[in-house]
Ligand binder design. Structure first.
Ligand code: PLP
Length: 281
């Protein structure tokens, strides 16, 4: 299939990167992952605006790019690869320069690359829910930046995988932050609670859609942090991301959430999310 690298579409076999790329040496770069539903890009503007924000926060100059231009690239890549349902991954690094911690010369061009993949929505899991484990959040204090530095997330997800769980829900001390690649919500007495969108979590695009849908459904959406104990005693738990959408969590560690079945508010949000996808495609 085709990939996009250094401003052109090439066969993936031609996708070469330098050993001196700062993304490779330092994880010095940022990324996005955008969903394709029915051949159309989903919430692409929101994703690219977040990419520009991440770039700004790490002092990476993306003046040569625009939200509109990148959306076109995303559409073209998906079309070239005949992606009907799937996603496009995009990353930008601070470029190629001899390995040295300070930023390279201002003339160094960012290295931009993207690939696409095809897959179906996770229907079974959306219907039946998944298991999660809890792990200490050992990441840095700028989790609001969608950075290529994902070692903390990788170690957490590996622990989940080792325990036959779909996700690792992270906590700083007693406070639940987010999943290793998702946002986390606890539903109690008809209200949705989720960590505020500050430096300790990524402000998910799916989270923003869920917030909007909850408001339309008159379900209180409360952006306040909650504890591990609150999570364990929630009526329903959800995780969300671009790839897993509104995903029910029916078990955390060895404990069932509620009655261990997908709850009513989760179903309401899933329905609203399906309608939202339809309305945008
Ligand atoms: N939090 C983390 C750490 C993530 O990696 C992701 C997505 O990959 C999310 C939250 C969810 O973000 P989004 O809904 O924009 O995919």
């Amino acid at each position: 299939s085709y990939i996009y690298i250094n401003d052109e579409f090439v066969d993936e076999s031609e996708g070469k990167v330098s050993y001196s790329d700062r993304g490779y040496n330092f994880g010095d770069g940022i990324y996005e992952y955008i969903r394709i539903y029915d051949g159309k890009v989903f919430t692409s503007k929101e994703h690219y605006e977040r990419l520009f924000r991440s770039a700004k926060e790490i002092g990476l100059n993306l003046d040569a790019y625009s939200v509109e231009g990148l959306t076109e690239v995303t559409k073209e890549l998906a079309a070239k690869n005949n992606v009907v349902n799937g996603g496009v991954y995009i990353q930008v690094t601070r470029g190629v320069a001899p390995r040295n911690h300070p930023f390279p010369d201002a003339s160094t061009k960012p290295v931009f690359s993207a690939f696409s993949k095809s897959y179906d929505r996770p229907y079974d899991e959306l219907e039946n829910g998944v298991k999660a484990i809890t792990v200490e959040d050992i990441r840095w204090l700028r989790c609001d930046i969608k950075s290529l530095n994902l070692l903390g997330n990788v170690l957490a997800k590996e622990k989940a995988t080792q325990n036959d769980a779909a996700e690792a829900i992270m906590h700083r001390g007693e406070t639940v932050t987010e999943g290793s690649s998702s946002n986390v919500y606890a539903i109690k007495d008809g209200k949705i609670y989720t960590h505020p969108a500050n430096n300790l979590i990524l402000n998910g695009i799916t989270r923003r859609v869920i917030k909007e849908l909850a408001e339309d459904l008159n379900i209180p959406f409360i952006e306040e942090s909650f504890t591990l104990d609150f999570l364990n005693n929630a009526d329903e738990v959800i995780i969300s991301s671009t790839s897993i959408e509104v995903m029910p969590v029916v078990q955390v560690n060895d404990q069932k959430i509620g009655d261990g079945k997908v709850g009513q508010i989760t179903k309401q949000l899933q329905n609203a999310f399906n309608n939202y996808i339809e309305s945008k495609s």
